[in-house]
Design a protein around this ligand. Structure first.
Ligand code: NAD
Length: 513
C-alpha cells in the first residue's frame, strides 16, 4: 500500500493512530471498544476507531438537538454557503479521500475518485437548492383568504450507510439535509470506519470556521447496535438507511413502531434485457462493467442478463470473451479492472452462490474461484463468474453481493423478458438494450419495468446525482439525491391566512353564535 501513498493520504485527511466519532465544534470523543479496520487490498491495518457508547450517544443527540435549534434559524442560502465551502475542501482532498476509499473498501482508485466526485456534485446541487426550497401557493375556496405551503427543517436526520459506498451515501443525505436546516447523525459502516472519520474531519474544519453550531454534523461509530440507538430514538424523526433488505426490514419496523419516517435504500437484483435489436458491442461494455465493477458490490450491479434466443449465443460468446480480458488485482493499481471483495465472509457468500447455482441446475460458463499467491494475500480476491441459469432458481432470486452474472434466455417478445425482469422481489435498477422504439417505450411504460431506475441503451450500474435515486418493493421505496428528493428532509406546513374581518368556515358550514 505504501507504494500507492496511503500513509500520506491518511495524514492529509487528518487521521491519527486511534480515531473517534465526534460532533462538529465539540472536542469530546467516543469512548467504546476499539474497532480495527483491515484493508481487503493487502490485509493490513488501515486504522483504529473507537466505538460509540450509550453515554456518548446521549451526548451526541443532546448536542444535535441544541445545534438544530440554532441552525434552523440560519437563512437557507447561508447554510448553502457552508456546503459550498465544504465542497471546496472535498475538491482539495479528492485524491487522498478517493485513495482511502479504495484502500479501506477495495474498489478501484478510479471508482474511489468517482465516489468523491459524487460528493462534489451533490454539494453543487445542494448549494443551488438552498435558494429553491419552494412550496406552492394555492387558491383558497373562501373569500379573502390566502393559502400556501412552506417547508421547514425536520430536525435530526439519522443516516445509516453501507460499506460499498462509504462516502457518497453520506454526502447524498447530508448535503441536502444541511441546506434544509437539519442536524445529521451518521453511523457509517463498521467495515469502513476510518473513511467515516476522514469525512467528519473535513466537515468539522469547515463548520468550525463558519461558526456552525455544534452538533450539525455528528459521527457515531460501531455496528448495528449503535444503529439501533438511533432507530429506537424518538428524538430522531427521520432515519435514512442504506444497506441490505434484511437490515431495512428491521429498521423500517422499529422506526414505524414510533411513527418516525424512514428513507430506505436497500438491495437490488438488477437486469439488462437484450433484445434482437440491441447493439451488441455496447451491450457487452454495459453488462461487463455492470457485473464486475466494484467487484459486483454495487447496489446497481448487473446480476441478470436477459437475452433473446435469436442473439443468445452471439451475446454469450461476446461476454465470455470479454471476461478473458479482465485483470484482477490491487485496486490502487490503475491497470487492474477488479479489486477484492470486502472481506472473507463476502468470499464465502460468493462461493456458496456458485455452488448453489450448479446444485439448482445452472451451467457455469466462466469459472469462479478465489485467487491466492503474490498480491492476493488478503484472501479477498475472486474471479468474476458467469452462469447460465433460470430466473426462478432460489439463488437467482437472491442478491449475492459479488461478481456473479446470471445469463437468462427469453423467447417471444419484450413482454416475456419483462416478466423475468420484474419477477424478483427487488426493484432497484433495470435496463433495456434495443434500437426498437416500441420495445424501449414498452419497457418504460406503466406495464414495463417496475424498478425505480429504468434505462434505455445504458447499463444498470451507476447513476447521476441529478435524478432521484432508489427503488421499489424489497429495495425499500426511498428516494435520495436529485430531483425533489430534498422534500423528505423537511416537514411540510400548509398555511391559511384570513385577511377579512369575517370568519367564513370551510365547506360553507354555518356556525352562528
Ligand atoms: P448491511 O445491511 O449489512 O449494513 C448496512 C448498515 O446497516 C451498516 O451500517 C450496519 O451497521 C447497519 N445495520 C445493520 N442492521 C441494523 C439494524 N438492525 N439497525 C440499525 N442499523 C443496522 O449492508 P452492507 O453489507 O454494508 O451493504 C450491502 C447492501 O447494501 C447490499 O444489499 C446493497 O444492495 C445495499 N445498498 C443499497 C444501496 C441503495 O441505494 N439502494 C446503496 C448501497 C448499498
Amino acid at each position: 500500500a505504501e507504494k500507492f501513498g496511503i500513509k500520506q493520504a491518511l495524514k492529509d485527511l487528518g487521521l491519527s493512530e486511534i480515531n473517534h466519532g465526534s460532533s462538529t465544534g465539540t472536542n469530546w470523543f467516543s469512548n467504546g471498544e476499539v474497532i480495527e479496520s483491515y484493508s481487503p487490498v493487502d490485509g493490513a491495518l488501515v486504522g483504529k476507531v473507537k466505538a460509540t457508547t450509550k453515554e456518548d450517544y446521549e451526548k451526541v443527540v443532546s448536542t444535535a438537538e441544541a445545534g438544530f435549534k440554532e441552525w434552523r434559524k440560519w437563512p437557507a442560502p447561508q447554510r448553502g454557503e457552508v456546503v459550498r465551502q465544504f465542497n471546496e475542501e472535498l475538491r482539495r482532498l479528492k485524491e487522498p479521500l478517493g485513495k482511502l476509499v479504495s484502500y479501506e473498501m477495495g474498489k478501484s482508485y478510479q471508482e474511489g475518485l468517482g465516489e468523491v466526485q459524487e460528493m462534489i456534485d451533490i454539494c453543487d446541487f445542494a448549494v443551488g437548492l438552498s435558494r429553491q426550497l419552494h412550496g406552492l401557493t394555492m387558491h383558497s375556496e373562501r373569500p379573502g383568504h390566502r393559502m400556501y405551503e412552506q417547508y421547514h427543517p425536520m430536525g435530526i436526520v439519522g443516516i445509516i450507510s453501507a460499506f460499498n459506498f462509504p462516502v457518497a451515501v453520506w454526502a447524498w443525505n447530508t448535503a441536502l439535509a444541511w441546506v434544509c436546516g437539519d442536524a445529521c447523525i451518521w453511523k457509517g459502516s463498521e467495515k469502513t470506519p476510518v473513511t467515516s472519520v476522514a469525512c467528519q474531519n473535513i466537515a468539522a474544519k469547515v463548520f468550525e470556521k463558519n461558526k456552525v453550531p455544534a452538533g450539525i454534523s455528528c459521527l457515531i461509530t460501531g455496528d448495528y447496535k449503535v444503529g439501533e440507538m438511533m432507530t429506537q430514538d424518538e428524538r430522531v424523526p427521520l432515519i435514512s438507511a442504506t444497506g441490505s433488505t434484511r437490515m431495512g426490514k428491521k429498521v423500517a419496523q422499529t422506526v414505524a413502531g414510533r411513527l418516525g419516517k424512514s428513507l430506505l435504500e436497500l438491495g437490488g437484483n438488477n437486469a439488462i434485457i437484450v433484445t434482437p435489436d440491441a447493439n451488441i458491442k455496447n451491450t457487452v461494455i454495459g453488462a461487463v462493467f455492470g457485473a464486475v465493477g466494484t467487484c459486483g458490490q454495487r447496489c446497481t450491479s448487473t446480476r441478470r442478463l436477459i437475452v433473446h434466443e435469436d442473439i443468445y449465443d452471439k451475446v454469450k460468446d461476446a461476454v465470455v470473451n470479454a471476461y478473458k480480458q479482465i485483470k484482477i488485482g490491487n485496486p490502487l493499481d490503475e491497470n487492474n479492472h477488479v479489486g477484492p471483495l470486502i472481506d472473507k465472509d463476502a468470499v464465502k457468500n460468493y462461493q456458496n452462490a456458485l455452488d448453489k447455482v450448479v446444485e439448482e441446475g445452472g451451467n457455469i460458463l466462466v469459472e469462479g474461484g478465489v485467487l491466492d499467491g503474490d498480491g492476493y494475500e488478503s484472501g479477498c480476491y475472486v474471479k468474476p463468474a458467469i452462469a447460465e441459469a433460470k430466473n426462478d432458481y432460489e439463488i437467482v432470486q437472491h442478491e449475492t453481493f459479488a461478481p456473479v452474472l446470471y445469463l437468462l434466455k427469453y423467447s417471444g417478445d419484450v413482454e416475456d423478458a419483462l416478466k423475468l425482469q420484474n419477477g424478483v422481489r427487488q426493484g432497484l435498477s433495470s435496463a433495456i438494450m434495443t434500437n426498437n422504439l416500441r420495445e424501449a417505450e414498452r419497457f418504460l411504460s406503466v406495464e414495463g419495468s417496475d424498478c425505480g431506475i429504468a434505462n434505455v441503451n445504458i447499463g444498470t450500474s451507476g447513476a447521476e446525482i441529478g435524478g432521484a435515486f432508489g427503488g421499489e418493493k424489497d429495495t425499500g421505496g426511498g428516494r435520495e439525491s436529485g430531483s425533489d428528493a430534498w422534500k423528505v428532509y423537511m416537514r411540510r406546513q400548509t398555511n391559511t391566512i384570513n385577511y377579512t374581518t369575517e370568519l367564513p368556515l370551510a365547506q360553507g358550514i354555518k356556525f352562528d353564535l
